[in-house]
Each structure stands twice: as structure tokens, then as C-alpha cells.
Design a protein around this ligand. Structure first.
Ligand SMILES: *Cc1c(COP(=O)(O)O)cnc(C)c1O
Length: 399
């Protein structure tokens, strides 16, 4: 017996649900890659990506996932042996640092923990201690998709500035661009990267990088440059060089449609929608975590409420209860796919994504299905989580 049918709903933090308009935008023949239409499409996307990153710097489009875009950033500004400081807040900055190490960088991790965001004061102290300016680049994520941490990139940018340290500040926005404010130039970020398949509602396969003039200057002397990722190679007059080969035409059609939809809704509205729906999820999780008689089974991974992301919520599940059972129930019985715990939280958590193409019925439906699963599996939880989300939305979304 199941109550699933039709489209499976992805509540995983990437790839995310795509609007029908984005899917339809790809259902057409390829363009002549030498046509003016092709050039215009690329120019419009590169300029709109810089708008999304909020930079006057240049943007680049790669046929790659987030891991590829990480490598694009590193290879363009680093030389073998350069020291890189990774700011830990879960899994993803560490992964970026691992790539840097494999490429020949000397990687130091500024210890954080899986339940907290990065502490800007610690960043400032570490940079002040680096009197010789050995550190060449600082890597951080805006949202860590594994822990659910939201890092205050603006505050970290201020801390770096206060330390007077010249290292490049490089930020991963894969799980946040197009979902929450990001101000590359205002916040003192030199390089930012992202991917197509999360907040940007586009199929996996495109990686984005933006670089300011400081990064471009460092790039000129970088020793790890390779032909595919190289910014300079992509500056040639022929359109062909923008992609170091054939353009990913259909993904570009999809991205064009997705960005048009974001701009049409208005970025402020898009950010508010994520804030409201993210908070709805947190209201539900807070209730599930309450009023449990024998020890707490469910709870937030991120301890500080202000450090919880508006795009993904990581819910710890402890005791004898296996999150895999809940995951299986929601998927197989109800057609909702939750994110699983990854990294240190493997087998101990589930994740609810609330990023990209999401709306009230999707989020309330997901919360409702989780509650169905908690009840069906006899997993202890405070009653009325979905109700709390509904009440809060009713109070917050004014008539
Ligand atoms: C998903 C994700 C990545 C990796 O992206 P892939 O496309 O899977 O390679 C990197 N950083 C963050 C913050 C992510 O959420």
C-alpha cells in the first residue's frame, strides 16, 4: 500500500526541483554555435551571473559541477606550494581544501565544528598571526549543505579586512546563490563560485565563477593554470573560447529561463520566500524536537538559531532510530525524497532542502509527509510540527 504516484518530489539539497518552464526551454534544436543568437545568449548570461554575484568583476561559465568550479577557482589563482586557509563549518569547505591539496597547495584548516558556523574573530586572529602573509587564499562556504550551517560571509569579510591581510577571500555559494543575499563586491570577496543545480533551478552540469580585479592580477602569475579552466583563454574574441570548446547550449537555454524567472519574481521576493519557507521548516523541526518523554530523538544539528541556513535544515536523529528507515518510508510510500546525513552525520541525520523552485505546498507537503513517516514508524516526536509551520506562515504572509 502506498500513497505515491506521479512525480517524485525531491527534498534533497541538489539537484533540486526544476520549473516546467526550465524543462521546456531545453526542448528545442541546438543553435549554430557561430550565430549572433549564440553570442547574445552567452553575453546575457555572463552579465546576469555577475548581477547575481553582485560584482563588477567578470563571470565565467564552465561545463562542470560544483567540484569542477572549485578546481576552476583554485587553478586560476594558485601556484604549487601556496598556502591556503580553509574555514571549517561542516563538509564542503573541507572538500574544496582537499582539492587544493591534491593540486599541490599547502592546506591549513581553521578548525570549526559540525554544529556551528565559522567564528569571524577566530579568522581575524589567525590572519593577524600570519605576519609574513604566507596565506595566499581563504576558502569558505556561505552555506554548508551537510551541516546546515549558514556562515555570515559579510562579517568574515570584515574580519579579514580588519586583520589587514592580503589573502584572496574565495567563497562557495553553491547552496545559496539565488536564495539569499550575496554581495561579492560589498563584502570584500575576491572570487565566488556556484553551480546550476541548487538555488538556480537548472539541470546539473554548469559551474560558475566570478573574479574581481585583485583575483585577476594574481591570476596573471598563477602556476596551476590549465587550458580548460584558464580565465585568460576564455577572454578571446571568438565566442568558441568562452567555453574552451562547444557551448552547453541546452543547459544555457535552461539557465536563461531560470534567471529570467528569478528576476521576474524579484530577488528580494525570492530571498523572502526562502526565509519564510526555511523558517516554516524550522518551526516544524522545533516542535518535533519538543516534549519527548524518554530522551530527545530529533533535533537541529546547528545549535545556534541564527546560524541555521534558509536553504537546508539538517535534523539529527539519535537513539535506536535509523534515519534510513524514515528516508525509505517517505520515498517509497509517499514519493518524497529527503536528503540523507553525509560526512560525520552519515546514518545520524536527515536533511530537508528548501532551496530553489519551492513554494508553500511543496514545503508543507514535505513536512506533512515526514510527520506521516514519524507516526507510521513509531519514532517519538513532539506533535504538531506541520501545524506550527502552517500557523507561522499564516501569521507571517500577510493578506
Ligand atoms: C553541492 C555542493 C557542492 C558540490 O557540488 P557538485 O555539483 O555536487 O560537485 C559544493 N559546495 C556546496 C556548498 C554544495 O552544496
Amino acid at each position: 500500500m502506498t500513497v505515491r504516484a506521479g512525480r517524485e518530489f525531491l527534498a534533497i539539497p541538489g539537484p533540486t526541483n526544476m520549473p516546467d518552464e526550465v524543462l521546456r526551454a531545453m526542448h528545442r534544436p541546438a543553435l549554430d554555435i557561430y550565430s549572433q543568437q549564440m553570442v547574445n545568449l552567452t553575453d546575457s548570461l555572463i552579465s546576469d551571473l555577475s548581477k547575481l554575484f553582485a560584482t563588477k568583476g567578470k563571470s565565467y561559465i564552465y561545463i562542470a559541477n560544483g567540484h569542477g568550479a572549485w578546481e576552476a577557482v583554485l587553478s586560476n589563482v594558485l601556484s604549487r606550494g601556496d598556502k591556503v586557509l580553509v574555514l571549517e563549518s561542516g563538509r564542503f569547505a573541507i572538500g574544496w581544501g582537499d582539492a587544493a591539496r591534491a593540486m599541490g597547495a599547502d592546506v591549513e584548516v581553521l578548525k570549526g565544528d559540525w554544529r556551528r558556523a565559522i567564528r569571524p574573530d577566530k579568522v581575524e586572529a589567525r590572519l593577524r598571526a600570519d605576519k609574513e602573509h604566507a596565506i595566499k587564499a581563504i576558502l569558505a562556504v556561505q552555506v554548508d549543505t551537510a551541516s546546515g550551517a549558514y556562515n555570515d560571509i559579510e562579517a568574515i569579510g570584515r574580519a579579514i579586512k580588519a586583520s589587514g591581510h592580503p589573502a584572496l577571500f574565495m567563497v562557495d555559494t553553491v547552496a545559496s546563490l539565488g536564495c539569499m543575499p550575496f554581495e561579492m563586491d560589498k563584502w570584500g570577496i575576491d572570487v565566488a563560485m556556484s553551480g546550476s543545480q541548487k538555488g538556480l533551478m537548472t539541470p546539473p552540469g554548469l559551474g560558475f565563477v566570478a573574479a574581481n580585479h585583485r583575483a585577476q592580477a594574481v591570476h596573471k602569475k598563477a602556476g596551476l593554470r590549465t587550458p580548460y579552466w584558464d580565465w585568460t583563454e576564455r577572454e578571446g574574441v571568438e565566442h568558441y573560447r568562452r567555453y574552451a570548446g562547444t557551448a552547453p547550449i541546452h543547459l544555457l537555454f535552461a539557465l536563461r529561463q531560470a534567471i529570467d524567472m528569478l528576476f521576474e519574481e524579484g530577488l528580494d521576493n525570492v530571498f523572502a520566500r526562502h526565509r519564510l519557507l526555511g523558517e516554516a521548516v524550522r518551526r516544524a523541526v522545533a516542535v518535533w524536537a519538543e516534549g519527548q518523554v524518554q530522551g530527545q530523538v530529533l533535533g537541529f544539528n546547528i545549535a545556534e538559531p541564527g546560524e541555521r541556513s534558509n536553504t537546508v535544515t539538517t535534523v539529527l536523529m539519535s537513539g535506536d532510530h535509523d534515519p534510513a528507515r524514515l528516508h525509505r518510508y517517505c520515498k517509497e510510500k509517499c514519493g518524497v525524497v529527503l536528503g540523507v546525513g553525509i560526512g560525520e552525520l552519515q546514518g545520524q541525520a536527515f536533511r530537508i532542502a528548501h532551496m530553489g523552485h519551492i513554494n508553500a505546498p511543496m514545503i508543507l507537503g514535505t513536512l506533512g509527509v515526514i510527520e506521516v513517516g514519524l507516526n507510521a514508524l513509531g519514532i517519538p516526536h513532539g506533535k504538531g510540527g506541520t501545524e506550527a509551520a502552517i500557523t507561522w506562515l499564516g501569521e507571517s504572509v500577510r493578506a
